[in-house]
Every structure is written in structure tokens, then in C-alpha cells.
Design a protein around this ligand. Structure first.
Ligand code: GLU
Length: 478
């Protein structure tokens, strides 16, 4: 048997972290077994589905490296298939037309509420006679299609994450609607139904999805049986929780993959973090993985049942590990969009080799790519901005003379290099009889506006290449 799994996002929003994590587990499982990973866009909800969300989902999955083998298939283009399956169930008497109006359903719900009962459809139109049906149609009522659910059934499956699961037919809310009403024929088919028709058609062997779908699985198993198909294996993955232990939601601010991207997480760091959201490697001390390496180890035995708490510190840590090992040319490619978004321009000598040096200078201090905006601001603006410590440093005794000494020495240096820069500092220490620390601190304050920051000599060289060092030193001594 070839393993075939799918991710089936609905384009009613941007690619959500929960969907992306489910995609990761599907991908890892498929790769582990040399199987296929299929992408299906569940766009039957015409009111809420939008093409820009589909674009966001496709580009998000691609960005994360979750490359699919088949698809994307669009449910909106497969309506004939669903229609045929509805007809088949109608012919077999496993589904029927239900003419109950929304007012009648509302009255039913109210009566159930008054009796403290859970709301459910009472299957009142399950066995209509042809005459009753004709009478409803003559009244001009439209009909939904309902699928019969046997209240006495026990539905059991062996979940790959949660073990033995069991549901009673009577807990599924009565005969379920599989297609909406329409003036004629069969109306829009609904989620639980089309998923099953598609999963059968696409020969899906393992349905891996979030645990919020457990009740759907019980219903869907009945549909597999009715359609005469083999029931796949199911794996319900744990939810992603926020710090308070509640399901991560829009209220937590960041939920979509494009948000994480804009915050400066790398695809590798984020996807690595998602593999660990509910799964751990057999050697649980191993946390840094490529997707391919994680796929080798991935099994459902090591997927937790409990919800996975979202841990920003760990995500930051993983992201910094990736950033610190990214080669400088790739790091520059990653940083350029962040610099551009910040409004920095690459003029006045700030060309590719210079940008690469800058990336090399700050790379080791980055946790998120966006950190580069603040860290490299001093290299993109003309006049330096001073922190209070930076300006206090320049007020200290002997600083101006020291900076003047540097400037004078600099005049005789046609080309500044790391060696000549060190030479100049030594020379000023000697001439002015000051400590090297004072020279370094003063130089840093004059050039960068602060007393902390990346390597001073490298920073100086970068500013020298774009002709800002002399200007800033001059500025500091007036
Ligand atoms: N469209 C469903 C969702 O986005 C897919 C559920 C499934 O995998 O069956 O939640």
C-alpha cells in the first residue's frame, strides 16, 4: 500500500499556524513512508472563500518547503462528483429529501431546549411517502438532503494518536444534512460529505488532521460505509494552545504563517519549531531538524495527545540557530526585504558587497530577521542618533581631543582596513596618553551614537566605505 495523505485547507483566511502544523505532520508521515502528500483546497463555501486566501495558503506552504506531490485540487471544480455521490445515496435510500423549514427546525430546537435536551434533528422526514413528498413540493418547499444516521450504532476506530475512539450514533445530532437546499435538484454539498467523496476519490490512506475534527470523523466513517469504500486510518493531532492553555486563536495576535514571516522568522526555523509542536524525536534532546531529517524519525507513537503549548522562547531560539548558520549571501537575501520595508535605501555605496559585510557583522546577534532593522539603522541614516549613554560618553574629559587625533590620523589613510584602523587606535593611545578603552568607547559613541553594538572595527570600516565616518567624527567634536 502506498501511503497517501492530504492537507485540505479552506481558503476562508490566511494559512493558519494550526493548518500549517497539520500540513507538517502529513508531510513528515508521507515522506517517512515514501508516500504522497496531496493538496486540496476546500472552497465549497462560496461566501467565505477568497482567491487571495488561496494564494496565501499556496505561497505559505511553498515557503515552508512543504511541497506537495499532487494538486492543488479545488473542490469548487469537482461538484459533479459530489452530485453523483448524493444521487447514489438517494437511490439506495441511504439519504433522503427533508422538507423541514427553518421555522420548524427552530421550534424543534426550542422545544428540546425547554426539555433540557441537546439539539438534534428528529428525523421526521426520514420515511415520507411519495404523496407526502409531493404535497411538500406542491407547497413550494425546498429540500435539503439528509443522510440517515442509525442512533443505535456504535462507531469505533483506532486513532493513531489517541488510541481506541468510540462514538454513539445517537450523539451525532440526528440524520445529517449532506447537501443544502436548492430550487431544483441537489444543492451545494456540505463539508463532511465532500471530504469523504474526495478522500475516497483521491485514495487517501491516512486522514491526519486536528482533534477538532473528531466528531466529524464519526460521521464520516458512516459515509465511507454507505459509499462502499474502505475506511482510512485516522490520526487526530493535538491542538496548539496559547500561554494560558487555551486554543490559539485570532485573539493571540499572530496566527497566520505570513504574520510569522513578517516578524522575521525563517522558513527553516518555523517549520522546525512546528515539527516539535506535539511531536518529539526518539532522542528527545535532538531539536534541530530539517524536514527531511525529521521525516526519517517521524511516527505517531511520538505524537502527544495533550495540547501543544506555543513557546515563543523556543521558536526564537530555533530561529536564531538557523540565522547564525545561514551563509552571508543567503542572509543578505533574507535581510534585504526587511531593510526595504523599513525604508532604508541602498544608495551612496551601499551595494551588494557592502550589504553582505553588514549582514555578516550583525548576523550573529540576530534572533529574528526584523532585529536587523534596529541594529543596522545607524548604517543607513546620515546623521547618527545618540542614546543617552552615547552622548554622555562624548562629554567625557579628553574625548574630543582623542576623536580629533583619530580624524587627523584618518586623513593620512587613503584606504582604511582592519589593520590600519587598529594602527590608528594604537597611535592615538600613544600620542594622547589615554587608555585604549577610552579611545574605543569614544570612537563607538561618535560613529554609532551608542556605547554597545557590533564589532567596532568592522562597523567603522563599513561607515568608512560609505564616507560617513569622517562626517560623524567631525560632528562629535564640535
Ligand atoms: N477544510 C477543513 C479544515 O480546514 C479540512 C479538514 C480535514 O482535514 O478534513 O479544517
Amino acid at each position: 500500500m502506498t501511503v497517501r495523505v492530504r492537507i485540505a485547507p479552506s481558503p476562508t483566511g490566511n494559512l493558519h499556524i494550526g493548518t500549517a502544523r497539520t500540513a507538517v505532520f502529513n508531510y513528515l508521515f508521507a515522506r517517512h513512508h515514501g508516500g504522497k502528500f496531496i493538496l486540496r483546497i476546500e472552497d465549497t463555501d462560496l461566501e467565505r472563500s477568497r482567491p487571495e486566501y488561496t494564494d496565501n495558503i499556496l505561497s505559505g506552504l511553498r515557503w515552508l518547503g512543504l511541497n506537495w506531490d499532487e494538486g492543488p485540487f479545488f473542490q469548487s471544480q469537482r461538484l459533479d462528483l459530489y452530485q453523483a455521490a448524493v444521487e447514489k445515496l438517494l437511490e439506495q435510500g441511504l439519504a433522503y429529501r427533508c422538507y423541514t423549514t427553518s421555522e420548524e427546525l427552530e421550534a424543534l430546537r426550542e422545544a428540546q431546549k425547554a426539555r433540557n435536551e441537546a439539539p438534534r434533528y428528529d428525523n421526521r422526514h426520514r420515511n415520507l411517502t411519495p404523496e407526502q413528498r409531493a404535497a411538500f413540493e406542491a407547497e413550494g418547499r425546498s429540500s435539503v438532503i439528509r443522510f440517515q444516521i442509525d442512533d443505535g450504532r456504535e462507531i469505533v476506530w483506532n486513532d493513531l494518536v489517541r488510541g481506541k475512539m468510540s462514538w454513539r450514533g445517537s450523539d451525532l445530532g440526528g440524520d445529517m444534512v449532506i447537501a443544502r437546499a436548492s430550487a431544483e435538484g441537489v444543492g451545494q454539498p456540505l463539508y463532511n460529505f465532500v471530504v469523504v467523496v474526495d478522500d475516497i476519490d483521491m485514495q487517501i490512506t491516512h486522514v491526519i488532521r486536528g482533534e477538532d475534527h473528531i466528531a466529524n470523523t464519526a460521521k464520516q466513517i458512516l459515509l465511507y460505509e454507505a459509499l462502499g469504500a474502505q475506511i482510512p486510518e485516522f490520526a487526530h493531532t493535538p491542538l496548539i494552545l496559547n500561554q494560558e492553555g487555551r486554543k490559539l486563536s485570532k485573539r493571540d495576535g499572530v496566527t497566520s504563517i505570513s504574520d510569522f514571516q513578517q516578524m522575521g522568522f525563517t522558513a527553516e526555523g518555523l517549520v522546525n519549531y512546528m515539527t516539535l509542536l506535539g511531536w518529539s524525536a526518539p532522542d528527545s534532546t535532538q531539536e534541530i531538524f530539517t524536514l527531511e531529517a525529521a521525516a526519517k524519525e517521524f511516527t505517531f507513537e511520538r505524537v502527544n495527545r495533550a495540547g501543544a503549548k506555543f513557546d515563543w522562547d523556543k521558536l526564537d531560539w530555533l530561529n536564531s540557530q538557523y540565522l547564525h548558520s545561514t551563509p552571508v549571501d543567503k542572509l543578505t537575501d533574507l535581510l534585504i526585504p526587511f531593510w526595504e520595508t523599513a525604508g532604508y535605501t541602498f544608495s551612496g555605496g551601499r551595494e551588494r558587497p557592502w550589504l553582505e559585510q553588514l549582514a555578516g557583522l550583525i548576523g550573529a546577534s540576530l534572533t529574528r530577521l526584523v532585529d536587523a532593522v534596529a541594529m543596522s539603522k545607524m548604517f543607513f541614516i546620515e546623521a547618527v542618533e545618540f542614546s543617552s549613554e552615547g552622548s554622555a560618553q562624548l562629554q567625557q574629559e579628553g574625548v574630543k581631543a582623542t576623536l580629533q587625533g583619530i580624524l587627523t590620523a584618518l586623513e593620512n589613510q587613503p584606504q582604511l582596513s582592519a589593520d590600519t584602523a587598529q594602527e590608528i587606535i594604537k597611535q592615538v593611545v600613544k600620542e594622547q596618553k589615554v587608555k585604549k578603552g577610552l579611545v574605543m568607547r569614544s570612537l563607538r559613541a561618535a560613529l554609532t551614537g551608542d556605547v554597545h553594538g557590533p564589532d567596532l572595527i568592522q562597523s567603522w570600516l563599513l561607515l568608512n566605505q560609505i564616507g560617513l565616518d569622517k562626517q560623524r567624527l567631525n560632528q562629535a567634536i564640535i
